[in-house]
Design a protein around this ligand. Structure first.
Ligand code: SAH
Length: 341
């Protein structure tokens, strides 16, 4: 049985065979434009509602829902049909509402300082499993309107390209979210960046750099050995030229590892030719990495140095750290009594 958001319209037509034809659009719009569950589609006869709910079981079962930042941040732990677990984070800001979705259960990229990377790879998520995280966030955000989706939760989106892209097109098409408000974040999978450069939909791209010399980046972000900085820079330039979008670079600030003067110089040399904007993320603690984050003072000095080198940088305000919902902390192991697998 398909998950509701993996369903193609033709499959829905088959499920609704024998019903008046207008039911297909009614249910399709109910699921996508109005983000209703079948049992909430009160315009349908009760028997049909029940049959649809049975035919389209939800992909995500809520295990826990935690909140932080005075209720402005919510984190879900979901269990999937096969027992795999993923997390989703919803963040309310004065001017926007953003959901951070997972694209894989676990992650194979093994970045040293990332909790998901420490836990390893479990499996790919389907497009429907990704879209349903957004659907749940849209429902939970009401009466506010969810405006932004960042593919920055568990997993590497460009290592699950086809399913992620099917989610993007469904969010943009059937659900009406603007492509300019969708952001894919990548560790730097060069073929994926190239493919993205050729897509018609102008989604945003963020590249998790963290080090701008190969020796250092090989250690922090092991995929760098396969796609070293020169290759990465070339693919990023191609993306910028093809899409005319401004690239973002993410940089987790790690004390005495990548927060010094020469790190800022190397980063500026990488970012400036690309016209990229830099997001500095104070490192969030994870169980498998003992180095601490940079002090606020060093983060400021780093930002000022970038500024003087002609690179625009902002410091990302951490959300949800006390419920392990911040960048790099998603690992589905934070329930009492659980330990890193
Ligand atoms: N795999 C994708 C998306 C998931 S990670 C990627 O690498 O971009 C989302 C962001 O959080 C990335 O920039 C990642 O490098 C960063 N991150 C990982 N661990 C972190 C930590 N402990 N503290 C701060 N940021 C972290």
């Amino acid at each position: 049985m398909p998950a509701p958001y993996d369903l193609q319209r033709e499959e829905l037509e088959r499920i609704l065979e024998g019903e008046p034809t207008f039911r297909v659009s009614q249910v399709w719009d109910g699921l996508h434009a109005r983000v209703l569950r079948p049992e909430e589609m009160t315009e349908l006869p009760a028997s049909l509602r029940g049959a649809l709910a049975d035919a389209l079981p939800r992909a995500l079962r809520e295990v826990t829902r935690q909140s932080a930042d005075d209720g402005q941040t919510t984190k879900w732990l979901w269990s999937l049909h096969d027992g795999a677990e993923i997390e989703t984070v919803l963040m309310h800001y004065p001017d926007r509402v953003t959901v951070c979705v997972s694209t894989q259960a676990g992650c194979a990229m093994a970045c040293q300082f990332c909790a998901t990377g420490q836990a390893g790879f479990q499996r790919q998520l389907s497009g429907g499993e990704i879209v349903e995280q957004v659907a749940e966030a849209i429902r939970a955000a009401r009466p506010r309107r969810l405006s932004n989706v960042v593919f920055m939760g568990m997993g590497e989106p460009l290592a699950n390209y086809d399913r992620v892209w099917s989610a993007v097109t469904r969010l943009n098409g059937a659900m009406g979210l603007s492509a300019r408000h969708l952001t894919l974040s990548t560790v730097g999978i060069v073929p994926g960046i190239r493919r993205l450069a050729g897509e018609a939909l102008p989604v945003n791209l963020a590249v998790s750099l963290h080090a701008a010399n190969d020796e250092k980046r090989d250690v922090l972000v092991p995929i760098n050995k396969r796609y070293p900085l020169a290759m990465l820079a070339e693919a990023c330039a191609e993306y910028v030229a093809a899409t005319k979008r401004r690239l973002s670079i993410e940089w987790a600030m790690i004390h005495d590892v990548n927060d010094g003067g020469s790190d800022a110089t190397e980063l500026a040399a990488f970012a400036r030719p690309l016209g990229a904007h830099v997001n500095l993320i104070p490192l969030n603690p994870t169980p498998g990495y003992s180095v601490r984050g940079s002090t606020a003072q060093r983060v400021r000095a780093f930002r000022d140095q970038l500024d003087s080198l002609g690179v625009n940088a902002t410091v990302r305000i951490t959300r949800g750290a006390e419920i392990d919902a911040a960048c790099g902390q998603l690992a589905a192991w934070t329930l009492p009594g659980r330990t890193p697998s």
